[in-house]
Design a protein around this ligand. Sequence first.
Ligand code: UDP
Length: 175
Amino acid sequence: MLYRNALLKISGEILSGDNSKTFDVDIINQLTHDIKAVLEKKIKLSIVIGGGNIIRGINYSEYNLNKNDADNMGMLSTVINGIYLKNALKNVNVKSKIFSAISIPGIVDKFNHESAINEINTGSTLILVGGTGNPYFTTDTTSVLRALELGCDVILKGTKVDGVYDKDPEYNDCL
Ligand code: UDP
């Protein structure tokens, strides 16, 4: 079945390749070429980007941070990644538009479903950043919310994880 209106969740760590740097240009080039190939099939695409290559709020104690602030930093990380992704897509002639749960005037527009749907109907790929705008959530929750708001018919998730897990995939085998 060919889906027509897909939401793709990309984990931030995908942008970092083998994790030795924040952004791996070669991996991101590969990603944008893959995205372009999907768009050539006339599939509408909205991308929710994570921030795990920069900071995840769950690591707040390791950094001696307040959890609320760490989550806010995590959400801002997704904004940084979204701006990077927009540039990378532009390099392969893909028109995109960033919408953020957190409004940063002059940098990213605030998400609302009407503007987002209008934008996608003009042929833009959406880059959805800022998570839900609330601490104590992740961009997986954001993906489900936005998929519902945008009437998507599938959610696809791109991470380094290779199966179905019920515990931290870094330390446990898949089911
Ligand atoms: N985050 C948040 N609220 C949200 C989405 C994200 O507080 O609605 C924070 C949270 O700290 C999270 C970080 O942003 O760890 C980065 O998002 P996520 O962990 O989902 O990124 P990914 O693992 O997909 O790269």
